[in-house]
Design a protein. Structure first.
Length: 83
């Protein structure tokens, strides 16, 4: 993905907070700001949901074996009866 430079002006307290937060997370200020914008626009949430869906597809049979498969969506444990 091509990068575009974006210059912003913030007060010194905001700049200091951004530097401190980025440092605490082990990333550059640029990366930190980029992550904040992605979170705000929901991109991270969509990525998480897609990853969770892929995980469930991969392990669906394991969950079905452990909790049972109920076509109506109720979870059933092997040791429990139907709810």
């Amino acid at each position: 993905m091509a990068k575009t430079q974006l210059n912003v002006r913030v007060d010194e307290g905001t700049a200091r907070a951004a530097r401190e937060r980025a440092l605490a997370r082990g990333m550059s200020v640029n990366r930190y700001i980029e992550e904040l914008v992605r979170q705000d626009t929901g991109e991270v949430g969509h990525t998480f949901v897609e990853a969770a869906a892929d995980f469930m597809k991969s392990y669906e049979s394991v969950f079905a074996e452990e909790f049972g498969a109920d076509r109506e969506g109720h979870r059933v444990r092997r040791s429990e009866g139907r709810h």
